[in-house]
Design a protein around this ligand. Structure first.
Ligand SMILES: [Zn+2]
Length: 80
């Protein structure tokens, strides 16, 4: 799968673990109020300052999203 960039806020990141596989994660707040679990140590591809809010937005690789790498990812995915 080609790398896509996910925009998240850099502040308010919380550490935790995947409930399914116990991997270490960092939970980033997304721009629309959800939470994106990234693998711990994921490196932002770039960052910008949001002029409206003054918050820093970072662009994370979708390849480092835990949704993409969790061995139990089926538990996250809605069946079609
Ligand atoms: Zn997992």
């Amino acid at each position: 799968m080609a790398e896509k960039l996910i925009r998240v806020f850099e502040d308010a990141v919380t550490a935790g673990h995947c409930k399914e596989c116990r991997a270490a994660l960092e939970f980033y707040p997304t721009l629309n109020g959800h939470v994106m679990p990234m693998n711990a140590g994921s490196v932002p591809r770039k960052s910008i300052r949001d002029e409206a809010s003054g918050r820093v937005i970072v662009f994370m690789s979708s390849d480092e999203s835990h949704f993409a790498t969790c061995p139990q990812a089926e538990a996250f995915r809605r069946r079609r």
